[in-house]
Design a protein around this ligand. Sequence first.
Ligand code: GLN
Length: 525
Amino acid sequence: MPQKYIVVTGGVLSGIGKGIFSASLARLLKDSGINVNILKIDPYLNVDAGTMNPNQHGEVFVTEDGYEADLDLGHYERFLGINVSRNNNITAGQIYLSVIQREREGKYLGSTVQIVPHVTSEIKDRIKSMSGDLLVIEIGGTVGDIEGEVFLEAVRELAFEVGRENFLFAHVTYVPYLRTTNEFKTKPTQQSAQLLRKIGIHPDTIVVRTESPIDANSLYKVALFSGVPRNMVINLPDTPNVYEVPNILHSLGLHELVAKKLNLEIKDNFTWSFPKSFELLKIAIVGKYLGTDDAYKSIIESIYLSGSQKPVVVDAQELEEMTDEQTKTYLDQFDALIIPGGFGRRGIEGKIKAIKYARENKKPILGICLGMQLMAIEFARNVGGFENANSTEFDPETPYPIVNMMESQKKVLKLGGTMRLGAQKTIIEKGTLLSRIYDGEEVVYERHRHRYEVDVEAFPQLFKKPGEEGYKLIISAKSDFVEAIELEDHPFFVGIQYHPEYKTKVGMPHPLFKALVEIAGGKKI
Ligand code: GLN
């Protein structure tokens, strides 16, 4: 059970960077010699993020142990350089499910089961079961949301039980800037601090997010009206890149302020570093979740942390309307393409077009999960002559089902948490580009999330082992399934069934992204 706790809440707006702040603060404290753990609480009723649309909620991040999580867990892994697990995320769905199951088992026999104390106890038990000396708890949503209330009540009770001196409440809010009157407006922040106080939580620090640096007078106002000492009100203006945030918190001395408040002994061993100069590469993710960059978060960050400018997301469906010539003119501007994972038929033909273009024009291309499956489909159609070859996911009647549902999945009836998930042993074939990318490693563990597989046995004429003759797809990694394919006479035509993007850490990008960036930049591997 952790001895000390930091609870991060949000005010005024969602999406102001609580996750980045929490991850940065945790990293700062880790580098101060503290055994830190981190927990995301999501007040939604889904049991996990696996069934949510990335357009609405951002990407589904998959952990080593096969949990389908909120994308904030990706920030935690990248910023802290650790692998988290399913324990690092609590959703309201999990809490209520467990309480209701226990009620049915008769575990509360005789009692009226209530939000307080039964649901709050369940939440506190989950929090207390975490390892580490100091636990950073990020509560999703904004103070005032109905579904978040029970979690705030649970942490309030916990602070009372373990002693208020062992708790630090950090409230991250937004202060808008009104251009017409040329001033920052602190009222929403004051009100959100008041809302917190009403439910019995007095914030210890307020993190004021703004578009540009705020004036001292406004910070003083925030301090005065929310009852927080002025030195504990800090401003975090937008930064061009989120990897600056740990540096900013360090230079503000937040680790020292926190240590003082929580009575922690710290030593300063801040080792944060990330790429600061970038290759001016134009890399495109040919995708279909377009509303927000969050849908492809881990891929975008993996490219960035490999030392390139961030990739842009282009609309696969737009390619469908273009002639081959227009497609070529459009895609010629990019140094490399990524075909990301995804589900469902929309945009599929556009992605296949992009793959054909990249194969024929020797443009570096990385196909991830669905992207690899589409590479096999493109090859079957345009090289193998199997007209209308497809995945049974998009065309159950296809005459050539080169991508088919895995046998083990055919029996599965429920959709939540039932895919082939998490780290799986993968064997890399020697004598392949993939093997060079992995520096000769033969056995790797990579994270998966899929139901379909490329069916090599039904189409043996399209595939070969490394070193064999003919223009065929080389199988460059295997488990019980095809894990990777590549083509020779091409600078980088690599498809993988797994998701390397989930394994990138700051200072340690996944080798596949590093290789893609290097090759797109003209290097040889
Ligand atoms: N829809 C495909 C499958 O289930 C690909 C999944 C993915 O890209 N994550 O196999």
